[in-house]
Design a protein around this ligand. Structure first.
Ligand code: AMP
Ligand code: MG
Length: 412
C-alpha cells in the first residue's frame, strides 16, 4: 500500500512532462474568430481560408523594359507607334510591322504578343530593330500568372507575417478573420512578496514573477491582465482567481503550489474547478498545476522565478499558441552538443538553461551557470533548454542531448 498523501500535492500523480503537456493541449482549442484590419494582422492566425476574387496580374504585363511586338512578323525592323509606361495602358493596336516602347509593369497593348528587351534591340528615327528571333509570350507575365481568381491563397491556420500581409494587400483584402488573442490574467501569491517598486522588509522579496510572466504572455501573443498580488490567505486568493476566471481565458498564478503549510492554490482550484495536473516529473517546477474553471485554463506555477518561467515556456506558452490557432505550438527540439560536462539530477528529468551557438554546422551548448531555481541569471540570455535525463553519472563534454530552442541560436 502506498503511504497516505501528506498534503494536497501528494494526492496527485507525478506525470511525465509530455503527458502533462498533452493534457494541457487537450483543453487549449483555438479561440473564436474576430475581424481585424489586414494591416494589423501581423502575428495572428487566419480563422478561415482567404480566396482571391481576382486574377493577378489582372492583365498581361511586360516583365522588362523593351518593345511590345507581334512575334509572327518576319521583318526585324518595326515602326515605333507609341509608348506604354506602368500605370498607363495604351489602346493603340500593335499592327503588322509596328512596335510600342514598353516599360516594366506596362500592360501589353492590343495586338502585341511578345516583348523584346531593350538590350536585344537597336533604335533610332522612329524605328526599332530586333536583334534576336522573337518567341510568342516572351517577357510577358500573363493574366493570373501569380494568382488565379477563386484560388485559396492563404488557408485557415496560416500565421500572418509580412509576406501574407503583402498578399492580402495585393488582392485588396482589407479585413481578415483571425483567432482572438487570449486574455491572460497574472497573479502573484505569497505573504513575503512585495511590489517591485517597494523596498522589501526583512524576509520579503520583490515581485519579479508578475512582470516577467506578463512579458512572457505578451511575447507569446496573449493580452496580459494584472491581478496584482494575493497574500497567503484562502479568501484573497480565491477571490482573485475567481475574478481572473471570469475576465480571462487563462489565469496564471505563481507561488503557493508546493507542499508548504500556506500553499493554498491546489485546493482552491480543486474547489473552483477541476485539477488535471498536480505534479510533474520535471525540474525545475515539480508542483506545476493545471486546472480548468469553466472554459478558463488555470496554471498554478511554482514561486521560484526560474521555475515559473521554465514551466511557462514548456506548458503555458504552447497553450497560448494553441488558443491563437497556431499549428505549431511547441518550440523546435534539436540535438545539441555539450561544450562541457553536465551533471544530471539523480531522479528527475531536468531542463537546464543554456546558450546554443552554431559552430561548424553544429549546435553547441554552454550552460548559463548555476541552475538554482531562484537564480534568474540562469535564464538570462538562455536560448535553449537542455533536456537532461536523470542519472548518477555526469554527461561528458561532446555528448549529444535534445534541446528546446527558446530563442535564435547564436552564430560565431
Ligand atoms: P512558493 O512556491 O510559494 O513556495 O515560493 C517559493 C519561493 O519563490 C519563495 O520563497 C520566494 O522566494 C519566491 N517567490 C515566490 N513568488 C515570487 C514572486 N512573485 N516574485 C519573486 N519571487 C517569488
Ligand atoms: Mg508562497
Amino acid at each position: 500500500m502506498s503511504p497516505a498523501p501528506r498534503g494536497p500535492a501528494e494526492a496527485y500523480p507525478m506525470l511525465p512532462p509530455a503527458t502533462a503537456l498533452e493534457i494541457v493541449l487537450q483543453h487549449a482549442r483555438p479561440l473564436e474568430a474576430e475581424e481585424v484590419e489586414a494591416a494589423d494582422a501581423l502575428g495572428r492566425v487566419l480563422a478561415a481560408d482567404v480566396r482571391s476574387e481576382e486574377d493577378y496580374p489582372a492583365a498581361p504585363r511586360s516583365s522588362v523594359d523593351g518593345y511590345a511586338v507581334r512575334a509572327a512578323d518576319r521583318e526585324p525592323r518595326r515602326r515605333v507607334i507609341g509608348e506604354v509606361t506602368a500605370g498607363h495602358p495604351s489602346a493603340v493596336e500593335v499592327g503588322p510591322g509596328t512596335a510600342q516602347r514598353i516599360m516594366t509593369g506596362g500592360v501589353v497593348p492590343p495586338g502585341a504578343d511578345a516583348v523584346v528587351m531593350i538590350e536585344d534591340t537597336r533604335d533610332g528615327d522612329g524605328v526599332v530593330e530586333l536583334l534576336k528571333p522573337v518567341a510568342p509570350g516572351q517577357c510577358i507575365h500573363p493574366t493570373g500568372m501569380d494568382i488565379q481568381r477563386g484560388q485559396v491563397i492563404l488557408p485557415a491556420g496560416t500565421a500572418i507575417g509580412p509576406a501574407e500581409i503583402g498578399l492580402l494587400a495585393t488582392i485588396g483584402r482589407v479585413r481578415v478573420p483571425v483567432h482572438r488573442r487570449p486574455r491572460v490574467a497574472v497573479l502573484s501569491t505569497g505573504d513575503e512578496v512585495v511590489e517591485w517598486t517597494e523596498q522589501p522588509g526583512p524576509g520579503q522579496v520583490r515581485d519579479s514573477n508578475r512582470p516577467a510572466l506578463i512579458a512572457a504572455v505578451r511575447e507569446a501573443g496573449g493580452v496580459p491582465i494584472s491581478l496584482g498580488r494575493a497574500l497567503d490567505r484562502e479568501e484573497d486568493q480565491r477571490a482573485l482567481i475567481t475574478r481572473g476566471a471570469r475576465e480571462a481565458d487563462v489565469v496564471i498564478t505563481s507561488g503557493g503550489v508546493s507542499m508548504g503549510a500556506r500553499d493554498l492554490i491546489k485546493p482552491i482550484l480543486a474547489q473552483l474547478g477541476t485539477v488535471h495536473v498536480g505534479r510533474i516529473n520535471f525540474k525545475p517546477g515539480k508542483p506545476l498545476t493545471f486546472a480548468t474553471i469553466g472554459s478558463t485554463l488555470v496554471f498554478g506555477l511554482p514561486g521560484f522565478p526560474v521555475s515559473s518561467l521554465v514551466t511557462f515556456e514548456v506548458f503555458v506558452r504552447p497553450a497560448l499558441r494553441a488558443l491563437q490557432g497556431f499549428a505549431q505550438v511547441t518550440r523546435p527540439e534539436v540535438p545539441v552538443v555539450l561544450e562541457h560536462e553536465v551533471k544530471p539530477d539523480p531522479v528527475r528529468p531536468e531542463y537546464q538553461r543554456a546558450i546554443v551557438r552554431v559552430v561548424g554546422g553544429e549546435l553547441r551548448a554552454t550552460t548559463t551557470g548555476a541552475q538554482t531555481s531562484s537564480r534568474l541569471l540562469s535564464m538570462v540570455g538562455a536560448n535553449a533548454l537542455l533536456k537532461i535525463a536523470p542519472g548518477s553519472e555526469p554527461l561528458p563534454a561532446g555528448a549529444r542531448v535534445p534541446a528546446l530552442l527558446i530563442g535564435e541560436p547564436r552564430h560565431g
